[in-house]
Design a protein around this ligand. Structure first.
Ligand SMILES: [Zn+2]
Length: 242
């Protein structure tokens, strides 16, 4: 809870929020069970099963990407992600980080970061950039997931890992919310820019919250360059090949 509400922006400040938490009945954000923010069954969605993966085709020179997700954007997982993105008082950072570690395990096991490409010396884990509204309100999902991915990749590959927001949205880039698949695809191209160039010898792993058309990951891969090897996201909406 420490990252938001310190100055009262967007909701009750720290002490008042804790008081409200203590007074109001809570329900699991995934299934509605009373008296818990996240019940044990829903908490297990983070890392109870092996993440699945698919291949996302990109445009050359970016290589096609292996993309790991916890599953489809539906049911309890969808409600948890929505709560993390839009909820005012829920603390789901722990869930997001554990999910990130599970996804990182999948990426590491694939050998993409240290095997197939051979010479990676460092790994950069790059979260998708958020619009200013979400940054302002502290409701950022990808950075928490990225921390989990990074810690697991560091543990299992032994490489140096940095979680780094080296991609930014260009000024005036439109929000993707409420847009059609076609609008999303065309709207993303050119919408991001580099905030720090990826050095040679660095393998890049991209992190997003929900994959819809894949347009966000393709744009991230375009900006990060040919060192981009894999991606991780909480869930996948729509057709797999998107
Ligand atoms: Zn639940």
């Amino acid at each position: 809870m420490g990252v938001r509400g310190a100055n009262g922006a967007g909701g009750p400040s720290g002490f008042a929020a804790r008081l409200l938490d203590a007074l109001l009945p809570v329900q699991c954000v995934g299934c509605g069970t009373w008296d818990t923010v996240l019940c044990p069954a829903c908490a297990r969605l983070a890392d109870g099963t092996e993440p699945d993966w698919h291949v996302l085709e990109t445009s050359p020179p970016s290589p096609d990407l292996g993309v790991w997700t916890l599953g489809e954007y539906e049911g309890r997982l969808r409600r948890i992600v929505l709560a993390a993105k839009h909820g005012e008082r829920v603390g789901l950072a722990g869930f997001l980080e554990r999910a990130g570690r599970a996804l990182g395990e999948g990426v590491a096991a694939s050998g993409l970061v240290d095997g197939a490409r051979g010479e990676a010396e460092d790994i950069w884990v790059v979260p998708a950039p958020s619009g200013w509204r979400r940054r302002f309100r502290g409701q950022m999902v990808a950075p928490d997931v990225a921390r989990g991915v990074g810690s697991e990749l560091a543990r299992s590959t032994g490489l140096r890992v940095r979680v780094i927001s080296c991609v930014r949205l260009r000024a005036g880039a439109p929000s993707q919310s409420g847009r059609s698949a076609e609008e999303r695809r065309s709207g993303r191209a050119g919408s991001m820019a580099s905030a720090a160039d990826v050095p040679p010898g660095v393998a890049v792993v991209l992190v997003d919250d929900v994959i819809t058309t894949g347009a966000t990951l393709r744009e991230l891969a375009r900006v990060c360059g040919t060192g981009t090897v894999a991606a991780a996201a909480l869930c996948r909406a729509g057709p797999r090949t998107g």
